[in-house]
Design a protein around this ligand. Structure first.
Ligand code: ADP
Ligand code: MG
Length: 397
């Protein structure tokens, strides 16, 4: 896999470089303001290196999940504005992805300029399952540039036009963020220093079963929190009230518990609420006494202590998924506790996942306390599962 620095060494001055970046930042539902700009910041090193080398940079990125057509709610305009502030130079936003406006604006670029294309998911072809449909968009994207650099680690597990197909059409290289992510994640898969402890949270167990299966034989402890807790509790025949439950995964969770023995550690108490709201009345309940008419939205104080103890002696830690609904103040303590315990680890600590990374920052924790904060949730999980990631495979050719 070629690196962007090798590409730069060969000379990129005056050349048009299509840079696929991961700028999929969370937006405030009411105001549309960017609530966490970590992914924009993480994409700066590659972008600035290309700029400094005199490339004409054309940034392609997605934001949210528009339905394959332009939708002002998902415009990259606020992202282009924030990126411009960070670069200290305006970033022009094209009015389309790879249409007449993008083509005209690319033609007007000077060396070192940065142009952002509109949300690539405004084109239904971006995510199409049909190679020919994606190929047509990839042809138009490729026509905008001479070289392709993929720095969108958070999207490398997707076989999308701007991630996969365009790399088949242009000389390509991996950006600095992708290189760093791969370097750190490889340290987790190849002889991690022990004890190796993984914390998994988030909402859906079905998203994480693959990684649980893959990690179980390799880890010393797997601490489970978040929404998937309840499917594991239900697998032991316990009442989970109105908490998140994936009934079709109960049997799988039961089998995993049997296989794992004491390597899977579940919360011993939980924060239960009368409703899913910041104003809800809450109380702490033991794991085996969840009220039938309440919903658990965080791990309780004894679980925070338990998880903290488990993490204290670890030499390698991977944490993915908030252990509670940290977006709402009454359910932040668990995620804060885990984030603090992971930060205190003496060894390699890696945080993976968009929401987990955002939680570290929105809870006001020091990012520098972590060995690495991965920008990619799905991508880092699939990498740890040992799956082939299309966006990386295509860069390797
Ligand atoms: P990441 O983006 O870090 O990979 P996920 O997307 O898997 O994480 O999950 C994040 C979401 O999980 C958060 O929005 C959080 O509110 C939610 N979550 C955590 N605990 C619970 C719970 N007990 N019930 C419902 N949702 C939860
Ligand atoms: Mg997420």
């Amino acid at each position: 896999m070629r690196s962007v620095d090798e590409l730069i060494a060969d000379g990129v001055s005056g050349r048009r470089v299509l840079l696929r970046a991961d700028l999929n930042v969370p937006l405030d539902k009411k105001t549309g303001a960017i609530t966490d700009d970590g992914r924009i910041r993480a994409s700066l090193p590659t972008l600035q290196a290309l700029q400094a080398a005199g490339a004409r940079v054309v940034v392609a990125a997605h934001l949210g999940r528009p339905k394959g057509a332009p939708d002002p709610q998902f415009s990259l305009a606020p992202v282009a504005a924030r990126l411009g502030e960070m670069l200290g130079a305006p970033v022009t936003l094209a009015g389309d992805v790879a249409g007449t406006d993008a083509t005209a604006k690319v033609a007007g670029l000077a060396d070192g300029d940065v142009l952002m294309l509109e949300n690539v998911r405004f084109e239904a072809a971006e995510t199409s399952k049909d190679d020919a449909v994606r190929g047509e968009l990839a042809d138009r994207l490729a026509a905008l540039a001479d070289l392709y650099v993929d720095d969108a680690f958070g999207a490398v597990h997707r076989k999308h036009a701007s991630v996969y197909d365009v790399a088949l059409r242009l000389p390509h290289a991996a950006g600095r963020l992708v290189a760093r992510e791969l370097d750190v994640l490889t340290r987790l898969t190849e002889s991690p220093e022990r004890p190796y402890v993984v914390v998994l949270g988030g909402s859906k167990v079905s998203d994480k079963l693959g990684v649980i299966e893959a990690l179980l034989p390799r880890v010393d402890k797997l601490l489970i929190g978040g929404g998937m807790t309840y499917t594991f509790l239900a697998a032991q025949g316990l009442e989970v009230g109105k908490s998140l439950l994936e009934a079709d995964q109960v049997d799988t969770c039961r089998r995993l518990l049997a296989e794992a023995g004491d390597r899977i550690v579940l919360p011993v108490d939980l924060v239960s609420a009368t409703e899913f709201s910041a104003e809800a009345t809450t109380r702490v309940v033991p794991f085996d006494a969840i009220p039938a008419d309440e919903e658990c939205l965080d791990i309780g104080p004894r679980s925070i202590e338990l998880f903290t103890e488990q993490l204290a002696g670890a030499r390698t830690v991977f944490w993915n998924g908030p252990v509670g609904v940290f977006e709402l103040a009454p359910f932040q303590a668990g995620t804060r506790g885990v984030a603090q315990a992971v930060a205190a680890v003496d060894g390699l600590s890696v945080v993976g996942g968009g929401d987990s990374a955002a939680s570290v920052r929105t809870l006001g924790l020091d990012e520098a306390a972590y060995g690495h904060i991965s920008t990619g949730g799905g991508a880092s999980l699939e990498f740890l599962e040992g799956r082939e990631l299309p966006g990386l495979a295509v860069l390797a050719d």
